[in-house]
Design a protein around this ligand. Structure first.
Ligand code: ZN
Length: 259
């Protein structure tokens, strides 16, 4: 873990969401820790406040949700402008102010360009931490101004069956073939919840690769890829709330063709 003297003012943490967020909080602690020795100490008042997400000099920005709790597809330019406006105000308690942007890869181009201005001339006390599933989701101009750190998740890659199913699903979604999607839903209705989560994780992985240009996007534009990504997140949310696998497949097959 880097100590305060060696910390940069901007980081990209690239990797699976949870692992990237854990690492982001650790970095934020290192930046805001008030212990005399090695930082972060993990136990001082500042470290504990960061861990609980209540430190006054830590701002966590994420995608907004609509009235029904569904996350918006993108991080919008107004959110970044508001962040940048607040960034010029001196820290309240610590020596620094930390801005943590979750799902930074979901910033649209206007938002990334607004952030670029802040990255080019940040106030001396400001630190920015961007979490992204892949650094390739960020503009080169943004990437070049940050220290890139790859974060490895504990989760293993989804099993090959899950990936194969995700490929078939996305092929059918790309072709807007409701019938094929219904066929998949009927054939896979008896999967366990864990198997369905393997499928959604595999589909999100493929969609991330398509968004970055690492895989052909099957003629789908960025907006459509993001909507399908959001659909997979919604399926995961449903499963967490114990909605039945069959019901989730119903939603996936209906909206996979229309989203
Ligand atoms: Zn501490």
């Amino acid at each position: 873990m880097a100590e305060r003297g060696q910390l940069s003012h901007a980081y990209i943490l690239a990797g699976p969401q949870e692992a990237a967020h854990r690492r982001a909080l650790e970095l934020a602690q290192a930046m805001l820790c008030s212990a005399p020795g090695a930082r972060p100490c993990g136990v001082c008042r500042d470290c504990r406040k960061v861990q609980r997400g209540v430190h006054p000099d830590l701002t966590i920005l994420c995608r907004l949700s609509d009235g029904k709790g569904k996350l918006k597809r993108e991080i919008y330019v107004d959110q970044i402008r508001e962040l940048a406006a607040g960034a010029s105000i001196l820290p309240g308690e610590a020596e620094r102010k930390v801005y943590l942007i979750q799902d930074a890869g979901m910033m649209n181009a206007a938002a990334q360009n607004a952030l670029l201005k802040l990255l080019e001339e940040p106030p001396s006390f400001v630190c920015l931490i961007l979490e992204a599933e892949s650094a390739d989701l960020l503009l080169e101009t943004v990437r070049s101004r940050c220290v890139l750190e790859h974060v490895r998740g504990e989760e293993t890659a989804p099993p090959p069956e899950a990936r194969e199913l995700a490929e078939r699903f996305l092929d059918a979604a790309a072709a807007r073939s409701r019938l094929t999607l219904l066929g998949i839903a009927n054939a896979k209705g008896d999967l366990s919840g864990a198997e369905l989560l393997d499928f959604t994780a595999a589909a999100r992985g493929l969609l991330t690769d398509m968004l970055c240009g690492r895989l052909p996007a099957r003629q789908m534009d960025r907006g459509r890829l993001l909507r399908l990504y959001g659909l997979m997140e919604r399926a995961e949310e449903y499963l967490r709330f114990n909605v039945s696998v069959r019901h989730v497949w119903g939603m996936l097959s209906a909206e996979g063709a229309s989203e």
